[in-house]
Design a protein around this ligand. Sequence first.
Ligand code: SAH
Length: 217
Amino acid sequence: MQDNPVHVGKRNKLVNELRNKGIVDLSVLAAISSVPRHWFFPKDFEQFSYRDAAFPIGFEQTISQPFTVAFQTQLLEIQPNSKILEIGTGSGYQAAVLMKMGVELYSIEYIKDLLNLALPVLKKFGDNIKLIHGDGSQGVSKYAPYDGIIVTAGAPALPEILISQLKIGGKLVIPIGEKENEQQMMRFTRISESSVKKESFGECKFVPLIGKNGWNS
Ligand code: SAH
């Protein structure tokens, strides 16, 4: 896996594009500029890796659009050493961006074959990650509570159990929609034991979250 000056140049262009589209968090932009996104692409499609677009990675799944990765990460408002749960490892790209930001990361994926593809690539970004195979629509209670939970697939409704796995002050960033392919980007902040602040950040499009609190099981 190489990363040459041509890749670096393409990444700098991508970061400028994201800045123009409204990403302001410098730690997010720095992470995007340092993660070789082409490592998460099937070899034959590497030339598409620095476009600001989602791309199929097999198993009917996609690597998220860089803007979406940056936007969701920005909404998490990560502090140094935050403990974060990602639901939907997919290609591993979002996970690598979070690792570059220095978080303690837990990432769960339903499709074992995708996890096996992501694992060797993510190893290049250090040891501060635990990859889990299973249904993340129920969260991962074993390692809770988290400072942040990021869901990278579209849910039909808020899985309440995810709120219970947040620390007080913790944030859940999740696309929610009544239709499988149309969602609103939502952020829930647990402001006390029993109260939650809810914010909406516009339309987005994700592959469906499956499992117990997803579209099917
Ligand atoms: N974060 C990924 C985006 C992957 S697309 C990236 O950066 O590439 C969403 C992923 O969520 C898919 O890989 C899909 O298999 C996974 N997924 C869907 N429902 C899930 C569930 N209930 N638990 C865990 N993963 C799930």
